[in-house]
Design a protein. Structure first.
Length: 111
């Protein structure tokens, strides 16, 4: 009995699809973020914002809670007085600073 190529492809997608989603970066909904903060699984966003502003003063343009590689992180975008944009990443459970990506106006990440 010959298998149909499309059925073989769909079977492969069904088998490998869950493996891909485990490693994908996922934005956390605002409802889920509120629940995680209420239960103490992640620190309140305000605590992370204080840490980010202390590290790099400027205007916060975006804050997001994501799940990366099975762990929750906050990503905070800040634009300083020289119009340099930085994305600061913090461990959402501990508040530990993890990384900075710097992006000047040429569009390249410099860090």
């Amino acid at each position: 009995m010959r298998s149909h190529p499309l059925l073989s492809f769909l079977a492969l997608v069904c088998l490998l699809g869950p493996l891909y989603t485990v490693h994908a970066d996922d934005h956390v909904s605002s409802e889920e973020a509120a629940r995680l903060q209420e239960t103490g699984e992640v620190l309140p966003k305000e605590q992370i914002l204080e840490r980010a502003r202390a590290k790099h003063p400027g205007k916060v343009t975006e804050v997001g809670l994501k799940q990366k590689n099975g762990k929750y992180v906050y990503e905070v975008d800040i634009v300083d007085s020289k119009r340099v944009k930085r994305e600061l990443t913090y461990d959402a459970r501990t508040g530990e600073f993890l990384a900075t990506k710097k992006d000047d106006d040429d569009g390249d990440d410099d860090d």
